[in-house]
Ligand binder design. Structure first.
Ligand code: KG4
Ligand code: ZN
Length: 333
């Protein structure tokens, strides 16, 4: 059993997981309501709230699992990428627990947590595949050979998919975080109502760009009556369609280019219902095997960090207590 802490952004999370990806216990203290009034995450507020919750979360997760600290094999925490003052809270706590118990500490890359999350809860072990990671800060395609052996196939040149959802939602007057708000309204709208741009869809590029879509929506705004819920639903459905079509087509293209038949999708945006249904249809038509991270393991959580740590521990890897946090920690060197 590995106990992991996740505090890279605005969720404080703790979880205990087995190396097979079974979740023994998991707790999250969400700060969404706190940051909503600012329209986004305020780093100083986030780190102060992590401090308030982290210790209680460790106690809660141990109680939920019915185990004692001494039963834990290793302690892990997200060490980047993320907000530096937030990362420090989780890593300091995990290091302190490791020292106190005389057990190993593992610093985990948050993006590796997302990358491996589709292999949890009965879908593992991690295997050769092409991965689409779509979160609030990142959008990337990775060719995974084995745990720790990753090749970057493509990434966004500007906004991440989640960032595009959030920024466009803000323009439409929807609350933070915007992704789930657009998802909800898109279900009632027509995806072909507005022909918003799809960047880099022609050709062989595996790069993404969502800034053109953001600008297109901005230019449309003066002509839209957003107080009309049918108009708002149509805009949301069209925006979602524009983002998801690019994501799905690039994933299929990446599978073709690499010759892989297994594809995985993870990160907060993979909760999007439009994306999930499009992915299922398109990958089955292509004869691809799709592994989708479970929705509660798609948004930031500590179980995926514990699972990634367990995979590293299996390979005999641990981290030094001197290991620093890195707000820009890359997944692929
Ligand atoms: O992976 P995540 O929880 O945190 C990061 O590592 O960034 O991803 C958060 C992102 C936010 O941009 C949020 O709007 C987006 O995931 N998101 C969604 C949905 N649920 C969360 N985007 C679209 N549809 C959703 N249902
Ligand atoms: Zn994340």
């Amino acid at each position: 059993m590995i106990l992991a802490l996740e505090s890279s952004c605005d969720e404080t999370a703790a979880a205990i997981c087995t190396a097979d990806g079974e979740i023994v216990a998991a707790c999250v203290a969400s700060q969404v309501e706190i940051h909503r009034r600012y329209g986004g995450v305020v780093p100083e507020v986030a780190s102060r709230n992590h401090i308030l919750h982290v210790r209680a979360l460790v106690e809660q997760v141990l109680a939920e699992a019915g185990v004692r600290l001494g039963d834990i094999e290793a302690f892990a925490a997200t060490s980047g990428p993320g907000l530096v003052s937030s990362l420090l809270i989780g890593t300091s706590m995990a290091k302190a627990l490791a020292v106190a118990e005389g057990k190993p500490f593992l610093a985990v890359n948050h993006m590796e947590g997302h990358l491996l999350s589709p292999f949890m809860v009965g879908n593992g072990p991690p295997r050769r595949s092409v991965a689409l990671i779509v979160s609030g800060g990142h959008t990337m395609l990775i060719h995974m050979n084995a745990v720790g052996d990753y090749r970057l196939l493509g990434r966004t040149r500007d906004d991440a998919a989640g960032e595009a959802f959030d920024k466009i939602a803000k323009m439409l007057g929807l609350p933070y975080p915007g992704g789930p708000e657009i998802d909800k309204r898109a279900a009632l709208g027509r995806p072909d109502a507005y022909p918003f741009p799809r960047s880099f869809l022609d050709g062989h590029s595996l790069e993404f760009s969502f800034s053109g879509l953001k600008t297109a929506v901005l230019y449309h705004l003066p002509h839209l009556d957003l107080a009309d819920s049918a108009v708002l639903a149509d805009v949301c459905a069209s925006v979602q369609e524009a983002i998801c079509e690019v994501l799905v087509e690039k994933l299929v293209l990446a599978a073709r280019q690499t010759g892989e038949t297994w594809v995985t999708v993870s990160g907060g945006v993979s909760c999007n219902r439009g994306l999930r249904s499009k992915l299922m249809k398109r990958t089955s038509a292509e004869g691809l095997t799709l592994l989708l991270a479970r929705p509660d393991l798609s948004t930031d959580n500590a179980a995926m960090i514990a699972y990634a740590a367990a995979q590293r521990l299996r390979l005999g890897q641990t981290s030094a207590l001197e290991a620093d946090v890195d707000p820009n920690l890359p997944l692929v060197a």
